[in-house]
Design a protein around this ligand. Structure first.
Ligand SMILES: [Mg+2]
Length: 380
């Protein structure tokens, strides 16, 4: 019986022959995956193969997938490959080194081909208790936690803006407040994230409260702030357009009124998005689950039917999961063991990809493909 999957990762690399077996060597090591041992791989290239069972072999500086069944992979030369890896639900207790040693032998790998493989078989940290991915302890303003519906289709895609679609050029008002306040920068950012991003420009009382919290005079608030200009990254409009071909798209951005005043995000992404939802207009900022829930309400879908896409684990992924929505996390970092543990709390609700184009591909697949147990978030 195939394992129940919980985390999907976009992966790529090159093939390598080991004896008569074709192995799949990843371009980047998967950190924190060494206790999963087996997983399902949906191979996209050089040949299409769904539901391939593979054994994960993680060494010091390389991760190798060893297929547990015959494949149509070419055996001549090293070929580029890519696909989606579905990691099983739940971290298995480490049985290293015996299990890994057996897997290495089974895969026919010559240990001398990799640097320091022996070290990977020892010293793995013990399994840790996973915390639910609801709001963080320092986010007391997150009172609502949505219910997850793993069978819900994707009927709305919400896109984060900053560092998902592009980036601001110039100083933000938060950076100016960091300079004005005597508090540590991290504390100023935490306060502004909670307060400034949901502050209506006409709410003088709230603004005075923010200034008091930051320890600056109300008259010192940089009302003269010239908002940064927002620049979309190359390919962003094309990716949004591609997503909009199959599902309605909106934006959901944590941003203050003062930082956004100089940019018209809706115009930049027209005609592909149905609405732009900055936090200062919504009155809620991620990871407050009410941000995603409010957007879902406005577009007549359930939070479980929203797929939120963003670059921030803390704001985008946690905010989506807390609302009961699905999350697509764009990151070029290999998820840590702690992150994988967090994602394991939400089987099939999070997909990890490395870029916006890959996100668009995944959304097309999720929206247009008929139900397929091999492609779904949960297999059994
Ligand atoms: Mg962002």
């Amino acid at each position: 019986m195939a394992p129940t999957s919980t985390v999907q990762l976009g992966v790529r690399g090159r093939t390598k022959m080991s004896g008569e077996k074709v192995l799949l060597v990843l371009d980047e090591q998967l950190r924190g995956h060494d206790t999963f041992l087996t997983a399902i791989l949906h191979l996209d290239q050089p040949v299409r193969a769904d539901g391939l069972q593979v054994r994960i072999l993680t060494f010091d500086d390389v991760t190798v997938l060893s297929p547990l069944q015959s494949t149509a992979l070419p055996e001549e030369g090293e070929k580029e490959w890519s696909g989606t890896l579905l990691l099983p639900h739940g971290l298995r207790p480490p049985r290293i080194p015996n299990d890994l040693a057996a897997a290495v032998a089974e895969a026919g790998i010559d240990p001398d081909a990799w640097s320091g493989p022996e070290a990977a078989a020892v010293g793995l940290p013990r399994r840790s208790r996973h915390r639910p991915a609801s709001c963080r302890a320092d986010q007391p303003h997150c009172p609502v936690v949505g219910e997850e519906d793993v069978s819900a289709p994707v009927r709305l895609v919400s896109l984060d803006v900053g560092y998902t679609l592009g980036e601001p050029t110039g100083r933000t008002v938060t950076q100016r407040l960091v300079e004005l306040s005597a508090l540590p920068p991290r504390e100023v950012k935490r306060i502004t994230q909670r307060t400034l991003h949901v502050l209506s420009p006409g709410d003088d009382g709230a603004l005075a409260g923010l200034c008091a919290e930051l320890g600056i005079g109300a008259g010192d608030f940089p009302h003269d702030h010239l908002p940064a200009h927002f620049t979309l990254w190359p390919g962003a409009v094309e990716a949004v357009a591609r997503i909009a071909q199959v599902v309605p798209v909106v934006t959901l951005s944590n941003v203050s009124h003062w930082d956004e005043a100089g940019s018209d995000i809706a115009a930049l992404l027209a005609p592909h998005i149905q609405a732009h939802h900055p936090s200062w207009r919504l009155g809620f900022a991620k990871p407050d689950p009410r941000a995603v829930q409010a957007v879902a309400d406005r577009h007549g879908v359930r939070p479980a039917e929203v797929l939120h896409v963003g670059d921030s684990l803390d704001y985008d992924v946690r905010g989506a999961l807390a609302a009961g929505a699905q999350a697509l996390w764009i990151t070029r970092e290999s998820p840590s063991r702690a992150v994988l543990g967090l994602l394991a709390e939400h089987p099939g609700r999070v997909t990890v990809v490395r870029g916006l184009a890959e996100a668009a591909d995944h959304i097309h697949q999720a929206v247009t493909s008929p139900p397929n147990p091999g492609r779904s978030c949960t297999t059994s």
